[in-house]
Design a protein around this ligand. Sequence first.
Ligand SMILES: Cc1cc2nc3c(=O)[nH]c(=O)nc-3n(C[C@H](O)[C@H](O)[C@H](O)COP(=O)(O)OP(=O)(O)OC[C@H]3O[C@@H](n4cnc5c(N)ncnc54)[C@H](O)[C@@H]3O)c2cc1C
Length: 598
Amino acid sequence: MESRLSQVADISGKRFDFVIVGGGTSGLTLANRLSENPNVAVVVLEAGKAHIDDLRILSPNGWLQQIMQPEYDWKFSTVPQGHAANSALVWSRGKGLGGSSALNLMLWTRPQREDIDAIERLGNPGWNWDRFHEYSKKSEKFVPVVAASPSEYKDLIEEKSVGSNGPIPISFVPTSSGAEAPYQKSLAKHGVQLSHDSLSGETTGTWKSLSVVDPETGNRSYASNAYLLPVIDRPNLKVLTEAYVTKIVTLRDGGELNASGIEFECNGRTYTVYAGKEVILSAGAIKTPTILELSGIGDPAILEPLGIVVQKDLPAVGANVRDKLYTRIVLEMQDGIVSSNLLKDPNFQEKLRSSHPNLKGPFTLAMTGVTFLPVQAFSENANAIIERCAEKISADASAYPPGVKEQLDIQLDLLKDEAVPDTELLVTPFSFAPPIQGRPYIILAVCVSHPFSRGSIHIQSADPKVAPLIDPHYFEESVDLDIIVEATKFARKVAQTEPFKSITVQEVVPGPSVITDEQLRDTVRNNLSTIWHTVGSASMLPEDKGGAVDATLKVYGTKNIRIVDLSVIPLPIASHTQTVAYAIAEQAADIIKAIHNI
Ligand SMILES: Cc1cc2nc3c(=O)[nH]c(=O)nc-3n(C[C@H](O)[C@H](O)[C@H](O)COP(=O)(O)OP(=O)(O)OC[C@H]3O[C@@H](n4cnc5c(N)ncnc54)[C@H](O)[C@@H]3O)c2cc1C
């Protein structure tokens, strides 16, 4: 299969209608859709390797061997975070065909309706829930399976809300750690309802998540094996891997920039490929803004000190970065609960396999225990938190750059809305560093879903190989810390409620000595991770309100540079983001086809 990919000689110096930068989640989706027309020539350049038939990607347990490995993971890092114990956090991202869909934790969730409608409210016609839902359904194929997991852990979905013909098979995995159903029962005692229709745009509640494990093969389904490999033999589609794009080549055409092609490095040499119609950046929310900056499109205050000639003054590039984070509650569990560290033992694997006679392939773990909740559902301090947040926004209003007040006002509306979730609790059966080998551990991940803090991603050198400066400004807006602390208190309370309580041995983190709110705030600040859902680094907004692209995803001031990846989403989304990346690309493909009449 690898031999059906292109060689540099097939690409260098050639002209294609569409040059797509980045063969990740959105990039491969777009490449598939644009090359449906045999008269349209498409090339994809991907910096990482092809990784075709790689078990570290295909096996649902394999991501534990990929993450932090430079062959698979860009392993970016933030600058030290002043409001989060000065720690620098690692930001993993998939490198290679499939991008982050090859590395992710395989959860398949959709956003809350209001999150997507907010994009249209900010001045982007056509980017609303109803259209999003149709495009998201276009990417998926729901495959029902016979459950082998404990029967009380129910598989619930309304078939009208899911797609049935798309490239990505989604299903309920037939295995579980054994901790998810008891946690749901304990949640019910605190008034949290089971969701029957979590892909419908109404996400408050708790449910067993769908995942991208294909029940026919037991393998991960991702952008490469779902969108690319089935069409790899199209003569009008070329894919080059290990091709690192360094800049867009532009010419001034009237008042606008015209992209004639891109430069890329392959095996230590620099090449050019030419674009007949468009250059499309799909390098993800971290690298897309850096490629624009290296091409002279960005904030002069960033570019000029680095000696880069400004081609288009566009301060929105790399600004408005929104990143969601989580803190963890680590629990040692009773025997019988399965966590990833135990699966390394072949005897344990075999025992589990034989107790699941319907199972195809090895016993695998996927993350499935999902709960989304508004702050009002669990905190008596909710009103005080909302009031403080509203006062801060109005006090700071005159200091915000243009357009930011509108964004924060919409977020405030979402925070006030008792039907819109602000937090996520995840039952995570993955244990990287078990305190005692051979014991089962569960991490309850507590996530703030709509952080108000806004950060930036910028180049720090004109050398394209130098990593960007990533500064998410975690907890700069104190409302984010307030909410995550309240949610952590609630998650701990649920863990202390039967029947979950009986399957735990002890809380390892924060641990029994952490009692007061102040202690908990400190523990949270010291115990954070990104949840890898960065958006906004090239936001879709009106240009005078902090936009980098318009509602057709075209970069302002250019004739033919478009962005198709998560960079364009201007506000944080209360969902895992692969569904969003696929849906953006599906919608973008139709926009581009209509513009070029192809
Ligand atoms: C560890 C992890 C776990 C996650 N878990 C989940 C989950 O369980 N469920 C979920 O829904 N979402 C999850 N996500 C998020 C989701 O996978 C991503 O948000 C989504 O895949 C991003 O899609 P994208 O197209 O924007 O970028 P990507 O898929 O990251 O694609 C960008 C591509 O561009 C390439 N590239 C970058 N720079 C260059 C360059 N200069 N030249 C050429 N190519 C370049 C990259 O190598 C990559 O292939 C997770 C993400 C991570 C990292």
